[in-house]
Design a protein. Structure first.
Length: 130
């Protein structure tokens, strides 16, 4: 999975250690930035759909198991615990993918309207936040 942080860092000058001055990077190619972010969104959309599908499949399987084994409450409780852990992992993955999608789409929108310095400052702030 191509991470948004890796994409954004490619558009900012590196900060040298020891207090030296960074070589200025040329102006941000906004169309290339948007294309790179679209790739991240597209790739993450596939993973997002898979995560949602896994959650639905897990839930449907749990419901089917409960309905067919109503006479075994201990087994149902154990199964609920096991699937609950898996379900929480799937929800975490889905939330992370959604966060990446929103961040990428926000940067795509900002790239069209912000001046160069403000865009670089926004990218730095977003990188530090992610």
């Amino acid at each position: 999975m191509n991470r948004i942080k890796d994409v954004l860092q490619g558009y900012l000058p590196e900060v040298p250690l020891g207090g030296g001055r960074a070589a200025p990077k040329p102006a941000i190619d906004r169309e290339r930035l948007r294309a790179d972010l679209r790739r991240v969104v597209t790739r993450n959309q596939l993973y997002f759909n898979l995560a949602i599908g896994m959650a639905l499949l897990l839930f449907a399987g749990l419901i089917a198991a409960v309905v067919t084994h109503l006479d075994r409450p201990e087994w149902i409780r154990s199964l609920s615990i096991a699937t609950g852990v898996s379900f929480m992992g799937t929800i975490k993955l889905t939330a992370d993918l959604w966060k990446t999608k929103v961040a990428a789409e926000t940067v795509m929108a900002l790239a069209g309207v912000l001046p160069e310095d403000a865009l670089k400052a926004s990218l730095r702030a977003l990188i530090n936040k992610i």
